[in-house]
Structures are given as structure tokens and as C-alpha cells.
Design a protein around this ligand. Structure first.
Ligand SMILES: Nc1ncnc2c1ncn2[C@@H]1O[C@H](COP(=O)(O)OP(=O)(O)OP(=O)(O)O)[C@@H](O)[C@H]1O
Ligand SMILES: [Mg+2]
Length: 241
């Protein structure tokens, strides 16, 4: 089952997206005919077993990978069939990524880690504004090793949003964090979605997080198994697991 009804505020439109890695007997069908429409400002949670294709789908939506077949459009950009240079420009202008591991540069302070990105972006927000969004203003001159895991993840989020991306794509952002710290990070992501209007897609193994989403997409074996809409979104503080 899919959902590919285009509406006025559709940011992504995917039709029959497929991704196959390898060839012949070694071929892995990571995505098999995904139809999806994502609206501007939506908060989407992507759930599914390990190997179901979550990261593959997120990477294709974020222009890190290309589909083997099918169509994918982001606004006026056709991502299916895009060249490497077009994908690079798309990522630079529109996409912020957050991964399970923070990938901060240890020899740079918080402010310097976030500032690195602003050199190559067209309309960045002031670095200190991005740091304030994630609640780390008092730590701006600290180095990553002086921060907790959750704080380091918040720096990674500041780095992702400083260029004012349309999309914030998060692959297991709380995967390495404990319960309370994970909630703090989710609060930051929810606030960015609300205050900046950024479209957010979060991959998680934690079904409880699904309560925060506008829509929850369940992937199974490379297909969308079902999509649920939450009538009442929960705040991260209301989630428990
Ligand atoms: N670069 C690659 N080359 C070959 N196979 C790949 C590659 N990337 C992913 N796969 C395969 O595609 C399938 C989907 O992988 P994907 O990483 O999208 O799963 P996932 O849902 O994110 O899983 P997890 O929850 O473990 O991160 C898996 O069978 C995986 O082994
Ligand atoms: Mg994954």
C-alpha cells in the first residue's frame, strides 16, 4: 500500500521507487516499488525491521544515493536521473542530515563545527542562532570531548540546520543515547519542525517515538506496509518506552 496523491504542498513525490544492490544471484532488493507523497512541514517517522530498507529510502530522499528505477521529485528537482553534480547541489541547498554517530571534528569547538557548513551554504542563519536552537549557547566554546553524547548529537543537529534546510533527515538519531538524553534530542528535533517549519523524517527502531509523528510509515522488506496518521501528536515528554 502506498500514498502518492500529489497535493499543493507536496515536497516529495515518489512513484515506484526501487533500489537493487548488486546483480544476478547476489542482488539485494532494498526497495521494491515505494509510492510516497510527503507534505511540506510534515514530521514523519520511518519504522521497520533491520534490513527493511529504511536507510536506503532516506538516503535516496536525501540525494546520497539514486534509485535503480522509479521517479522521485523534490519540488521542481527531479532526483531520479540527476547527475552527481545536481545531487550535490540539492543536498547542499535543501538537506540537513543527522546520523546515529555525530561525526564532529574533535579539534574544533561547537561554534567552529557548526560554522564549517556556513561557508558553502547560500542563506545560512547566524551560527549562534543555530546553537541556541539546540539549547547549547553556554557550551559554544567547548570541544566535542567535553560534551555528553546527547549534547554532541545536538551540535550535529545545529550543524544540520544552520544552512536552513527544507528537510531534516535523521537516521536513528537517538540510537546511541539513553532514555532521558534521547528524549532531549527528540525535543530539539520536534522544536525545529515546529518553529522553522522544516520537514522532518526520522528513522527509529523505537516504536514509542512514532507518537511524535504526523504520519508513521512502516517499511517491510523494501515495501511500504502501511501508513498511519496520528490524530493527536505527542510531545517527546509524553512518550514513554
Ligand atoms: N551498499 C549496499 N550494498 C549492498 N547491499 C546493501 C547496501 N546498502 C544496503 N544494502 C542492503 O539493502 C537492504 C536494506 O538496507 P537498509 O540499510 O536500507 O536497511 P535498514 O532498514 O536501514 O536497516 P537497519 O535498521 O539495520 O539500519 C539490506 O538487506 C542491506 O543489506
Ligand atoms: Mg539503517
Amino acid at each position: 500500500m502506498g500514498d502518492a496523491t500529489p497535493a499543493a504542498d507536496t515536497v516529495f513525490l515518489a512513484r515506484q521507487l526501487s533500489k537493487t544492490y548488486g546483480e544476478g544471484e547476489a542482488a539485494v532488493h532494498a526497495l521494491r516499488g515505494v509510492d510516497l507523497a510527503v507534505q511540506r512541514g510534515e514530521f514523519i517517522v520511518l519504522l521497520g525491521a533491520s534490513g527493511s530498507g529504511k536507510s536506503t529510502l532516506l538516503n535516496i530522499l536525501g540525494g546520497l544515493d539514486i534509485p535503480s528505477s522509479g521517479e522521485l521529485r523534490f519540488g521542481d528537482h527531479w532526483l531520479s536521473g540527476a547527475s552527481e553534480a545536481e545531487l550535490t547541489r540539492y543536498r547542499r541547498e535543501h538537506v540537513g542530515f543527522v546520523f546515529q554517530f555525530y561525526n564532529l571534528i574533535p579539534s574544533l569547538t561547537v561554534r567552529e563545527n557548526v560554522a564549517l557548513v556556513t561557508d558553502i551554504s547560500a542563506h545560512p542563519m547566524p551560527v549562534d542562532e543555530a546553537i541556541a536552537h539546540v539549547g547549547l549557547a553556554p557550551r559554544a566554546d567547548h570541544f566535542p570531548a567535553q560534551l555528553s553524547g546527547g549534547e554532541q548529537q545536538r551540535v550535529a543537529i545545529a550543524r544540520a540546520i544552520v544552512k536552513r534546510p527544507d528537510l531534516l533527515l535523521c537516521d536513528e538519531p537517538t540510537g546511541a543515547l539513553d532514555y532521558q538524553t534521547g528524549k532531549l534530542v527528540l525535543e530539539v528535533i520536534a522544536r525545529i519542525n515546529q518553529e522553522l517549519g522544516t520537514t522532518v523524517i526520522v528513522i527509529t527502531h523505537n516504536a514509542a517515538i512514532a507518537g511524535m509523528a504526523d504520519r508513521v510509515i512502516h517499511l517491510s522488506d523494501g515495501c511500504i506496509q502501511r501508513i498511519e496518521r496520528n490524530p493527536h501528536k505527542l510531545t517527546p515528554a509524553e512518550l514513554s518506552w
